[in-house]
Write a protein that binds this ligand. Structure first.
Ligand SMILES: Cc1cc2nc3c(=O)[nH]c(=O)nc-3n(C[C@H](O)[C@H](O)[C@H](O)COP(=O)(O)O)c2cc1C
Length: 197
């Protein structure tokens, strides 16, 4: 089984990456393969509303000049998906919004490509807007027939400078619990989904 995580921060290996890696660490301890994809060096355009994905239905975005088609394939191949974003102006980053628009449209054009996969959003925040950003991430899962996994708190870690989230003990614990719960869900619900149950 595999979980793929996306970090949409403009900062490589910052707080969002730390939070995601904490959850992924628990998944690995449970024998689940993981991959972290960081978008820091990418500038991903949003959906251009060409609707070619609905005509072609080939599980691809018609824009092939950036890595989004690789990301779509990685999501489709995974059993679980984590979407991580820092809060930028009380919401997710522009790259995460673009990822959601394009992967989301291709999913809709292909009979909900990621349906019944297990998913969760993860948010790094300095002070305000975390719940709003968390909700924005969850929109991706709920429209796509995915199953959202919860934790002991909403999946938020508090910090400003890279590494500061490590001082947020409750945030780190929330990520560990999230990873454990995701592993449990994957091993029960996820397997039956994968084999058509
Ligand atoms: C453009 C920009 C906008 C931000 N807006 C907010 C905000 O609205 N609320 C907040 O609490 N923090 C805000 N922050 C701070 C980041 O959310 C915070 O530093 C977070 O830990 C960054 O995570 P990262 O290290 O993964 O990039 C903003 C940072 C940037 C660069």
């Amino acid at each position: 089984m595999k979980v793929v995580a996306f970090n949409s921060s403009a900062r490589l290996d910052g707080n969002t990456a730390i939070l995601l890696k904490t959850a992924l660490g628990e998944l690995e301890r449970e024998g689940i393969q993981t991959e972290l994809i960081q978008l820091a060096k990418e500038q991903i355009p949003g959906c251009g509303a060409c609707y070619r994905c609905f005509k072609q239905k080939d599980e691809r975005c018609s824009v092939d000049t950036d890595p989004v088609n690789d990301y779509i394939a990685k999501m489709a191949a995974a059993d679980g998906i984590l979407l991580g974003s820092p809060v930028y102006f009380a919401d997710i980053t522009a790259n995460m919004k673009a990822l959601i628009e394009r992967c989301g449209m291709v999913s809709r054009a292909n009979d909900d490509l990621y349906q019944r996969k297990v998913g969760a959003g993860v948010v790094a925040v300095r002070r305000g807007g975390a719940i709003h950003a968390f909700n924005s991430l969850n929109h991706f899962f709920t429209i796509g027939q995915m199953v959202i996994v919860g934790s002991s708190y909403w999946n938020i870690g508090i910090g400003r400078e890279p590494g500061e989230v490590l001082s947020d003990a409750e945030g780190i614990q929330t990520m560990k619990t999230l990873g454990k719960n995701m592993a449990w869900l994957l091993k029960t619900v996820g397997l039956s989904n994968r084999y058509g149950g």
